[in-house]
Design a protein. Structure first.
Length: 217
């Protein structure tokens, strides 16, 4: 039974890495759609979100089956439950990429963000992509050290969000409330994407060490 459980955990880990790679690719493509008014890219992200949801369901089903059949305890139970938490964060990251793509599609054929905001969103996308790449490596290697870096990476995203609002709230903002609302929502999508990456890092730290990130601070 122990060998079967380990085989199941290995399969769950593989599924989580697959999800991480997918949500990274989704936000990269959604950003292209956002900044270049690429409708085809936006539609591809929207259509493929179902693939991420399907893998999420596979993880849920596999973990529930593992717990029901083998009643794991201690570290094995922690690994199973942590996988559920991580898969939920990854599924939400996929949803957020889809939200970016839907905004781009809704504004097509015009760009969804004005020229003044594009450098900020490009920066947010680069931070998010860097964090998503780390998540893939963290999940592949159970690297608690790399996972701990994600909270600091998130500080860069928060700085960019503040910069975004500074531009939109300036007295000389020329685009009106509707464009500002779109900008605020888009900024929130990227910021929350990064927050879920931080969550995954914290789950990994707990999995590897048995301690929360707060306990280690």
């Amino acid at each position: 039974m122990r060998e079967e459980f380990q085989a199941d955990l290995t399969e769950v880990s593989r599924l989580l890495v697959t999800m991480a790679e997918s949500v990274r690719a989704a936000l990269r493509k959604a950003t292209i759609a956002l900044l270049t008014a690429d409708l085809q890219a936006a539609e591809a992200v929207i259509q493929r979100d179902a693939d991420v949801d399907a893998v999420y369901q596979q993880v849920e089903t596999k973990v529930a089956d593992m717990i029901a059949r083998q009643a794991p305890v201690a570290i094995d139970l922690r690994r199973a439950i942590t996988a559920l938490h991580i898969s939920a964060d990854l599924e939400r990251m996929g949803d957020l990429a889809e939200h970016v793509a839907k905004t781009a599609a809704r504004r097509h054929p015009s760009p969804a963000v004005p020229a003044e905001l594009r450098p900020v969103f490009q920066g947010m996308a680069e931070v998010a992509d860097h964090m998503a790449e780390k998540i893939t490596n963290v999940l592949a290697d159970s690297d608690a050290g790399l996972a701990a870096e994600l909270e600091k990476d998130d500080d860069a995203m928060d700085d960019l969000e503040r910069r975004l609002f500074k531009i939109m709230l300036a007295d000389d903002w020329p685009y009106g409330a509707e464009t500002a609302i779109d900008g605020a929502l888009l900024g929130r999508f990227y910021e929350r994407y990064a927050d879920h990456a931080v969550n995954i890092g914290e789950h990994t730290i707990y999995l590897v060490t048995g301690e929360s990130a707060a306990d280690q601070a």
